[in-house]
Design a protein around this ligand. Structure first.
Ligand code: GTP
Ligand code: MG
Ligand code: ZN
Length: 308
């Protein structure tokens, strides 16, 4: 959203079709960017229920001074999750980079970070791993956490330590966001909006004012696209309790553990799940310390829970 006020644009009979990008969605209403003008509130048909933040659409004004979205333009990709009912829900579309955000309180959940990395691999996006609340690191971090972070660095994921209260690490993150549509994902309360606020000094974002851990409350309620200038866009998304991948298969799971890739061709079976099969090159690489034991164990627990 730009820092201009958002109002319902009064349009008079101009039915010219225009393209725009979805800034956010409230129920059946979409807020769509309109070049340098104020964003436009549009209604939409039921069949376009799946249109999400970040989508490109065609909209037009109608005689009653309202605007309607009539078409969804092709997507590069879409980040989806499975709802508790088992149906897929699109969180945002046309994403270039996932900023997977954790904090020291609420505590990091490395299985969740791995799941976002699997999603990023499927979507073919870049990834940044952010550890926020570095002021709490000394008190909260365990050896397991240090090792988990080092494991990500060892397989070439950028890891940035941030303190959203002081601004430490924020510039480094911003530089890596240039010329991309970025999305903040992670648990509720890790400080996604607090970090985003540094990039949007003219807008007041909703940040949890009560607890430092932010646990148990969801402050951001809808994914919203912000134009940071210079072709950099940021989507601040609501925090999750959990992130369940939609349509996960054994193949997608092992592909998402990118460090397995150089070994999988040497497994005896070409459909090897790297679990109990004999002559598994991935397991050998784990035994020889070439693949992290922690990442492999998390892979196995995801694999075995798929069978359940
Ligand atoms: N100590 C400390 N607290 C922080 C830091 N960054 C954010 N917080 C606090 O953490 C709480 C949650 O911050 P938010 O920015 O609302 O978190 P969020 O990830 O956007 O949460 P949702 O919108 O619910 O997903 C707030 O009380 C912030 O003040 C930090 O670097 N250090
Ligand atoms: Mg938020
Ligand atoms: Zn194998």
């Amino acid at each position: 959203m730009s820092n201009k006020d958002v109002t319902v644009s009064k349009m008079t009979g101009n039915a010219e079709k225009q393209s725009g990008r979805v800034i956010t969605r409230f129920g059946s209403e979409l807020l769509v960017s309109n070049g340098d003008q104020r964003p436009v509130r549009c209604t939409t048909k039921r069949k376009l229920d799946h249109v999400a933040c970040g989508d490109y659409v065609i909209w037009h004004a109608n005689q009653h001074g309202n605007a309607t979205v009539s078409k969804l333009l092709p997507r590069k990709n879409a980040l989806t999750r499975r709802t508790y009912r088992g149906t897929p829900k699109t969180i945002a579309a046309n994403i270039d980079q996932l900023i997977v955000t954790s904090s020291w309180l609420p505590r990091p959940i490395w299985e969740l970070v791995d799941r976002y990395l699997i999603a990023a691999h499927q979507l073919d996006t870049d990834v940044i791993i952010v550890m926020n609340k570095s002021d709490l690191e000394k008190k909260q971090a365990t050896n397991v956490d240090w090792k988990a972070l080092q494991d990500y660095r060892d397989i070439d994921y950028p890891v940035i330590a941030i303190n959203a209260n002081t601004g430490e690490g924020v510039d480094e993150l911003r530089q890596r966001m240039n010329a991309k549509t970025n999305i903040f994902v992670g648990r509720s309360g890790v400080g996604k909006s607090s970090i985003a606020q540094h990039f949007l000094p003219d807008i007041e974002l909703l940040v949890n004012k009560i607890s430092q851990s932010g646990e148990g409350q969801h402050t951001t309620t809808t994914a919203t696209l912000y134009d940071l200038g210079d072709e950099a866009y940021l989507i601040d998304s609501p925090g999750v309790r959990d992130y369940v991948l939609d349509e996960l298969t054994e193949k997608k799971l092992s592909d998402g553990y990118c460090e397995f890739a150089p070994y999988v061709h040497a497994c005896r079976f070409n459909n090897c799940t790297h679990y109990h099969e004999p002559k598994c090159a991935v397991r050998t690489a784990v035994e020889q310390g070439e693949i992290s034991e922690g990442r492999y164990q998390r892979y196995l627990s995801a694999l075995t829970s798929m069978d359940a």
